[in-house]
Design a protein around this ligand. Structure first.
Ligand code: ASP
Length: 437
């Protein structure tokens, strides 16, 4: 029997009742053997996340202002969960030790990691599972890149398929053996690492929504969930601003072709979104629509540009010398554009334009600001005639002027650039055309 690795996010372990839901979910499928909890998140809108309280403890301790207020809140929360569940997880002693460690100047990462650690301790006691401390197995370099030895070591630590294991998310150790956390939201990465280490047949990511949405719900009212989406599509969508789970969490499972199922702890019967290695079908021809504001575009025109050896090289060289990365670079016979995030150019706009004038002597150069980029993403786009026409008809119908059109070499997306003021209108029009029409 294959195993399933199940990661539970902050709201899924926010209080004792949520812990009970987690147990019911795990008991519902005997393959669910590897459990990766986050630190308790918000119980309601105005609540604090445990991780935020921990960072506050560190800041206050470092500023020597005392950290009693956030510490007491943390203490109450963990003791309450432990008591309410009726388990013995040694929380009072663990918290007292932690208090001393903070006083003694424990590192920021160590302090932040304790949210997942305590949560994992309680979860292991509650489930009667074996506790696996990621500091003993998950090794990362200074940039948070997971070291390859992690998988074999962790796989061995969780080798017994008849047992249930709990490994806290969010942290591991650095190359010097010190506790190190991933970036915020990093328990998703830990879950993916655990799934890969045991070669799970599925990585479940339990959260408080019933899957990923096809568009931003702040712009489109009640967008549909994605039933199935590929790793490649998710990558494009999250890069273009869709708030899916942690970007870096895809890599470990993608290499091992383990599918990911985003599920809702509060509605476990709902299918959620399945992220799969290979595309099979799509109901709407697209996976989703995502976009971002705050882009700008440098347009350069020069007659016979196509014959001038090194034109593009020289343009990009100017940007490189200023350490400016760019997003897209569409060209035509006598012109090229460079599209970049506004913050990359910051206040260097005039200098960069001047240098470009000197470097390539263009007939015309202009900087267009306040642009938004929208990506229409789908593996099926490339094989289906009329997709681009649909995009432009939708936008024209709303009177939106398209400033940029770009279809990436991956043929996974069509990217359009519009004025920032038209952004929301454009996303709504595209959604209506592809999904509800
Ligand atoms: N607790 C950490 C955070 O709040 C990690 C996670 O929940 O994924 O960022």
């Amino acid at each position: 029997m294959g195993r399933i690795a199940s990661k539970f996010g902050g709201t899924s372990v926010a209080d004792a009742n949520q812990f009970r839901k987690v147990k019911a979910i795990l008991d519902g499928d005997p393959r669910r053997r590897v459990v990766v909890p986050s630190a308790p998140g918000k119980r309601h809108k105005d609540d604090h996340k445990v991780t935020d309280l921990l960072y506050l403890c560190h800041e206050m301790a470092a500023a020597k202002t005392g950290f009693t207020t956030p510490f007491e809140q943390l203490r109450q929360r963990f003791l309450e969960i432990e008591q309410d569940l009726g388990v013995a997880a040694n929380m009072a002693a663990e918290l007292a030790t932690f208090h001393r460690e903070v006083e003694a100047g424990a590192s920021r990462d160590f302090i932040a990691s304790r949210g997942e650690y305590f949560s994992g301790r309680i979860m292991a006691a509650f489930l009667g599972a074996e506790f696996v401390d990621p500091k003993d197995y998950v090794v990362m370099d200074a940039d948070g890149n997971v070291q390859p030895q992690t998988y074999a070591a962790l796989g061995q630590a969780m080798a017994d398929e008849t047992k249930r294991y709990v490994m806290p998310g969010f942290y591991g150790r650095d190359l010097h053996g010190k506790i190190k956390t991933f970036s915020r939201g990093g328990s998703d990465i830990s879950g993916a690492i655990a799934a890969r280490a045991v070669m799970a047949e599925l990585y479940e990511n339990w959260t408080d929504v019933s899957g990923l949405l096809m568009a931003d719900p702040r712009i489109v009212q009640h967008p549909c969930h994605m039933d199935q989406v590929t790793y490649r599509e998710i990558r494009e969508l999250s890069y273009m601003g869709a708030s899916v789970f942690h970007d870096e969490a895809i890599l470990p499972v993608r290499e091992a072709k383990i599918p990911i199922n985003i599920k809702n702890t509060n509605h476990p019967q709902e299918p959620g979104t399945l992220i799969v290695p290979v595309f099979s079908e799509s109901k709407y021809k697209i996976a989703g629509i995502a976009g971002k504001k705050h882009f700008c575009m440098i347009n350069l025109e020069k007659s016979l540009m196509n014959k001038e050896v090194g034109f593009v090289y020289n343009v990009l060289g100017v940007l490189a010398r200023h350490g400016i990365s760019f997003e897209h670079c569409p060209t035509s016979i006598d012109s090229m554009s460079v599209i970049l995030e506004e913050k990359r150019l910051a206040d260097k706009g005039d200098i960069v334009l001047d240098e470009l004038r000197r470097a390539v002597n263009p007939d015309r150069i202009e900087l267009v600001e306040d642009l938004a980029l929208i990506a229409i993403v789908g593996e099926d786009l490339a094989n289906t005639p009329g997709m681009a026409a649909k995009v432009f008809t939708a936008l024209a119908g709303e009177g939106v002027n398209v400033r940029i059109i770009n279809q990436g070499a991956s043929e996974l997306n069509i990217i359009v650039g519009v004025k920032e003021d038209d952004y929301e209108k454009a996303v709504r029009a595209l959604y209506l055309t592809f999904v509800t029409a």
